[in-house]
Design a protein around this ligand. Sequence first.
Ligand code: BLA
Length: 499
Amino acid sequence: AASLEEALLTACDREPIHRPDAIQPHGILLVADQALIIRGGAGAIEDVLQPTWLGQSLASVLGLDQPLDPDTLAITLGSITVRTRTDREWTASCLTSGACFLIELEPVAPERMSARAVLAQIDECATQFERCADIQPICHLAAENFRRLTGFDRVMVYRFAEDGSGEVLAEARDDAMPSLINHHFPSTDIPHQARALYLRNRIRTIPDVDYIPAPLRPENDGLSGLDMSDAALRSVSPIHIQYLKNMGVGASASVSIVIDGMLWGLIACHHRTPHFMDEGTRNACSMLAGVLSRQLRGKEELLTYQERLRIRNAVEALDTRIDLSLSSLKMIENVADDLRLVFPTDGFAIVSEEEVLCQRECPSPADLRKLVKWIATHNESGIFATHALSSVYPPADDFPDRTAGVLAINLPFPKPIMLLWLRAEIVEVLKWAGHPHKNIPTDPNEMLRPRQSFETWRETVRGLAPRWDSEQVQGARRLRRHLIAHNQNQQLRELNNSL
Ligand code: BLA
């Protein structure tokens, strides 16, 4: 079953979403060569611009009086209004794809916020971010502000986990739209190549899921396979369109949250009916996403720093209480309370040949001895850490206190000692937006299809404790070095005394 699932997944990951050979028809695409002669296009070019356009100069098709220069094309297009045959104002933007220029034209939304109002809102939001003490309130504020900026019915802050699945951390929505707060989504909802693309092109919109793709023209002309990675009008994977329809969504947009070059999460926006976001609003969203990313990064760094500092202080306080006049084991047991407090835990144990000393919630001394024996043969660095003990050490399943998290330090003293910080399992009920494994076809030639239902499906997860973060594992390493040094001093002292 696992290999079938894998085969289906790689099929999803292989869909070449960056070259759909079509655009979404709310805008127009023109493909120009290096001399700015139009070689192809897509969308209602004849209706919006002029009936004859193929082989013409870009400047004439856009109704410009002055000629265009390829070197300054992006800047020029960013500052002009295109003369069209419609009564709406259109913006033009330009990007390169191989040897081609892609020129995208989009109508300006009539109900647009003024640039001043947008900047004022982003500025105000940045100030409010500063005042937040934690990640959660920042995400909540972000959801509210993106909703105000874009007018979508439901705006969510979605964070990826290590395995590519994700969770809705915050949400702002119209009451008529169901809530997805705290819901989890499997990694297959956003395949690999889509995530890679979203790192590069940070905002995407689907104004109407019922659109009919407008094909690249002329057909069979060497244009097919054109790389549209950076195009705002890129036609979207039909699989994803089906996904949105199954979810009851009429329009969607998402903005990447990138931290240190990694896709941390997305701002995911849904509307029940078609909903267009014009170029100006998209730029405002990109700007706000940048402010948000920097705030999240800063906050994560601060929290890490605080934990590192706390551990450092606890280890230093412990150093001052070490009594070198005691034997190795007694020296350690004497500071048991201080040791326990270095890491947040439910239980703490000191295990040596002679005795087992337990504080708070611990497995039985016999179980602890067996566990220590196993750990001693399964770590090289003197440190062992897991938040899912029974997955690596099945006997833990039968521990009456259901220990799931262990951080252990092996002290290679003449008579070895192991220190264990223990965490009980936290039984978690995960809410999934639909059963994540329900739609797996049995035929490997078939494609994995989006779920039909996004109805909450609850999964009870057992055997897990909170993860040890890297500060704690590094702290354990540091503590181990200190204790080994104390023991060496203690032995020198003993040697001196005996001489
Ligand atoms: C794309 N899937 C996406 C996107 C999102 C999601 C946000 C980006 C496009 C967009 O902005 O709409 C999924 N949407 C979510 C999630 C939330 C949300 C997790 O609102 C949570 C709040 N999808 C499937 C399966 C496949 C699949 C089984 O369910 C593959 C077989 C594919 N999803 C898929 C593809 C894309 C996608 C191919 C890329 C669409 C594109 O950019 O062309």
